[in-house]
Design a protein around this ligand. Sequence first.
Ligand code: HEC
Ligand code: HEC
Ligand code: HEC
Ligand code: HEC
Ligand code: HEC
Length: 361
Amino acid sequence: MPIVRTLRGLVAVAASALLISPAARAEVGLNDLVEAWLAAAHGNYYSRSFTYWNKEGAVPEACAACHSEPGFIDYLGADGSTPFVVSRPAAINSPIGCASCHTAAAHALDSVRFPSGVTVDGLGPSAVCTVCHQGRQSGDNVKTATQGIEEDTVSPDLAFLNVHYGVAAAVMHGADVRGGFHYPGKTYVGRFTHVPSANTCVACHDAHTTEVATDDCMRCHRGVEDIRDIRTRHRDFDGDGNRAGGIHAEIVGLQERLYAAIQSYAAEVAEAPVGYATGTFPYFFNDSDGDGQISPDEALFPNRYLGWTPRLLKAAYNYQVVTKDPGGYVHNPTYLLQLLYDSLQSLSQRVEVDMAAIRRP
Ligand code: HEC
Ligand code: HEC
Ligand code: HEC
Ligand code: HEC
Ligand code: HEC
């Protein structure tokens, strides 16, 4: 059992570092690790991610790989089942525990297939993270869904495509895996290579707390107190005339512009006002009273937005990709800026958008 091997490793390390009995030392190290895991998102038994299916009593196959420990074990084939498919519904209330990431199959995993069908190799210990944080859609699906429909025609065949949540790996690998919708004729950056010491999921995130030791960032990024103030490029990407904040502020600024353009396009071209409701599936709803906001009584599934044209769906899809990776400004800032710029440019062909001030990296 690899977990036993790993634990033996920990005993050896703890034993050489502390002057207490080997068994007690192991317990101290492991207890800390278990506490850290329990206090973090993967060990949170109460989160929506692990309780969402409690009424049904099981996590269905389509969801189990990422939302249940036995589901992930099943997906990797660590229980003897066929690898890379989930063969049966999995247990509810089963967060991502030690046994998820510490089976022989999980340790051996090095390649991961993304929703676009592209496989990325050489992922090492970050492969497990990449499986679950890759999202569930790709720009290819948007292309397929919109094919053959005139760009500005509202079509009942279209529905919002949600990339899913925590899509860090899809963003980090950028154009290599086509997580965003890529506009024809444009080129997009691939994986953000950053620097060798901060280039993989586990180089930045502690595998057990999932936290990032931001002090390490400041060794290179001097003169800022907050990682959101980091920037290495000094162009005004969002066109607000302000270059003082970090690259994070440029992405947020451009995203706000995209939201405004989505709303104008929906009202003027699709002739059905739209708004976005944070945290409520499927996110885009009819703004029936036209006040620019989605109130709780508008954010209901029967009131979901149906005025989709291909142009609107592409822009809204990219808007959601940016929204669902709040760390995207660290994972791959250029990719997000490119997706936002091109989505805005596309909408600007039909509604008024001031493109003069904004820049594409
Ligand atoms: C490829 C992995 C993967 C699959 C498959 C998957 N999810 Fe998720 N899902 C995630 C991740 C990762 C998160 C958490 C992201 C975060 O909080 O950063 C998440 C979060 C969620 C949440 C919580 C969202 C919120 O706003 O709090 C819901 C609900 C959810 N998923 C539903 C589903 C459903 C339903 C399915 C199956 C139809 C499914 N997921 C399949 C990876 C996946
Ligand atoms: C989300 C996946 C994941 C989960 C859950 C997880 N681990 Fe790990 N663990 C890893 C990865 C990845 C590494 C290797 C880290 C590296 O190479 O930087 C690791 C390393 C370790 C190590 C080696 C020492 C160290 O800290 O690097 C031990 C011991 C360990 N894990 C025990 C556990 C225990 C006990 C649990 C449950 C409380 C657990 N792990 C849960 C992914 C996970
Ligand atoms: C089996 C699927 C799975 C694996 C493997 C996995 N994650 Fe997650 N991750 C999730 C889910 C689901 C959530 C949301 C948990 C919650 O809402 O409590 C999450 C949450 C997170 C969060 C916190 C997001 C937040 O909302 O605070 C970070 C950061 C993260 N994961 C990074 C990683 C890293 C790094 C690895 C690899 C060491 C990894 N994950 C491996 C599924 C996974
Ligand atoms: C350069 C370091 C770095 C790398 C590489 C990196 N991350 Fe992150 N990640 C961060 C930082 C920093 C944040 C938090 C940003 C913030 O909150 O402002 C973050 C945020 C996240 C979040 C969202 C947490 C939340 O609050 O919802 C998830 C999930 C995540 N990372 C997973 C991953 C995965 C999976 C990988 C590998 C594919 C990865 N990260 C690679 C530094 C990194
Ligand atoms: C060893 C030095 C080093 C470390 C450590 C480091 N970075 Fe970087 N970072 C760089 C360099 C160099 C660039 C420019 C890379 C490029 O554009 O190709 C960069 C770029 C960035 C950018 C994009 C800035 C922009 O204007 O586009 C962000 C955000 C960032 N780093 C955040 C972080 C975070 C967060 C950490 C810690 C988890 C970190 N960095 C650790 C050297 C480092």
